[in-house]
Design a protein around this ligand. Structure first.
Ligand code: 5GP
Ligand code: MG
Length: 178
């Protein structure tokens, strides 16, 4: 599909995102105040802009790692298969871990990733999602911290793509088909 088949309109401005990240960073600093070194895990690829802004706002010792998971299968099925395409580079046993996700939609991806990471025995395992679509949930899961609750719209920008485009938009935009 080419860019001409749809338009993108701003839903959340770059300024609002920055202000929300500042506020969330203060909560995360309080929660992990005693940490020796926090492992911040970005779920590729959609969280790469969010994690970059978030870690620069965090006044904590951090280490950054990445994990890529992909969700397959029929959207009509309530149980979807989640595969790990790229695992973490480092071990997390006994460590404090913060998983950073772009959007929690049905919840299958986060549920699977957290289950897998929990089995590795981290000291503390928390999650932050920039966006949440609670109306779409199929698995009972909620991130510890959420940037914005949004309605059931397809969004792009700030790291999030539509067919690998629009990741470089500085804001979150809603896709409308012409
Ligand atoms: P879940 O397993 O929660 O259904 O899937 C979450 C993933 O679906 C997100 O990390 C994201 O990759 C993708 N996703 C959900 N909603 C949207 C959306 O509005 N736009 C885009 N580009 N991806 C989305
Ligand atoms: Mg994703």
């Amino acid at each position: 599909m080419t860019q001409d088949d749809y338009t993108v309109s701003e839903m959340i401005s770059a300024k609002s995102i920055a202000a929300r990240i500042e506020a969330l960073a203060r909560e995360i600093e309080t929660h992990f105040a005693s940490t020796e070194k926090l492992v911040v895990v970005g779920l590729l690829r959609g969280s790469f802009v969010f994690i970059a802004d978030l870690v620069r706002e965090l006044k904590l010792p951090v280490e950054v790692d990445f994990l890529e998971a992909s969700s397959y299968g029929n959207a009509m099925e309530s149980s979807r298969e989640v595969r790990v395409l790229k695992d973490l580079s480092g071990a997390i046993e006994g460590r404090d871990v913060l998983v950073v996700e772009d959007i929690v939609d049905t919840g299958h991806t986060l549920n699977h990733v957290l289950g897998m990471l929990r089995r590795r025995g981290p000291a503390r395992l928390e999650t932050i999602a920039l966006l949440d679509k609670p109306s779409r949930r199929e698995v009972d899961i909620r991130a510890t911290w959420i940037g914005f609750d949004i309605p059931d719209e397809f969004v792009v920008g700030y790291g999030i793509d539509y067919a690998q485009r629009n990741r470089n938009l500085p804001f979150i935009g809603k896709v409308s088909h012409k």
